[in-house]
Design a protein around this ligand. Structure first.
Ligand code: MN
Length: 261
């Protein structure tokens, strides 16, 4: 009888131990960088939010601030970060080039916030996914530069990178490096992506490598070498994913899995 009770006790204690909530069993929190809508709102396109939810993460918006202490605290509260698309990056301030006449809208406060956020997130070892501007910003934040305007600066470009087709529709092909993170995430060597950009990675940041290009050589994906959790794409996987097209869902699922570690 005593042995039996001991066994019950062991089972109970073991059960209680295993029932303790563990970090890996919870849905991870994915911080999403935001922009200012007309100076009156802090906004994130719903497609990013829906994609994170579909992949099993909990999306939270990270509002622009110039206070590094606030940014550090935001990063304590999240398990991964998505740097979103949007405005052009100030070329003079962040990679030492005069502004090309075709340079688009620049929000200096967003640049500063985004650059500080991504540098601190990577230093902290958090997984980071950069999308469009977010991918370009990843490159600039770690010492790379950009073509400020593809049509006027990329020699021999012949692919339309500003599609007029719907966002959930792939219009140009992208060739993916075998064994790269993107290749493993979506399981494809080539794919048709959407394309909404007039800028692209030029000089690749030290420590990073190109993992995908369009047929005209424009950089369409990068990743940090020797890391499994810092990567960016020039296209918009969130538009497909939010519209229940699963071609690129693996990118977000991968981020969520890395965020659980
Ligand atoms: Mn493109």
């Amino acid at each position: 009888m005593k042995k039996f009770l001991t066994l019950i006790m062991i089972l109970l204690v073991t059960g209680v131990t295993f029932a303790q909530p563990q970090k890996s069993s919870k849905k991870p929190i994915i911080g999403i960088s935001s922009t200012w809508g007309g100076g009156t709102t802090t906004s994130v396109p719903l497609n990013y939010v829906k994609s994170v939810m579909r992949a099993g993460g909990v999306p939270v918006v990270l509002p622009i601030t110039d206070d590094p202490e606030l940014i550090a605290r935001m990063l304590e509260a999240v398990d991964a970060v998505i740097m979103t698309g949007g405005e052009d990056i100030d070329p003079l301030k962040w990679f030492g080039e005069e502004p090309h006449p075709a340079l688009g809208e620049v929000i200096p406060e967003r640049d500063l916030f985004d650059i500080t956020l991504i540098r601190m997130a990577v230093a902290k070892g958090l997984p980071v996914l950069g999308i469009c501007r977010g991918e370009q910003l990843m490159n600039v934040a770690f010492g790379g530069s950009l073509y400020q305007d593809i049509p006027s600066q990329v020699k021999g470009t012949y692919v339309k990178h500003q599609q007029k087709a719907p966002g959930y529709y792939g219009t140009h092909s992208v060739m993916i490096e075998t064994g790269s993170l993107l290749n493993r995430q979506i399981g494809l060597d080539s794919v048709a992506t959407n394309s909404f950009h007039h800028q692209a990675v030029k000089f690749v940041a030290p420590g990073f490598k190109v993992t995908a290009r369009s047929k005209d050589g424009v950089v369409e994906a990068i990743e940090k070498m020797g890391s499994s959790k810092v990567f960016g794409v020039q296209f918009h996987p969130e538009v497909f994913t939010a519209n229940n097209i699963d071609t690129f869902l693996g990118i977000f699922k991968y981020l969520v899995e890395e965020a659980k570690k």
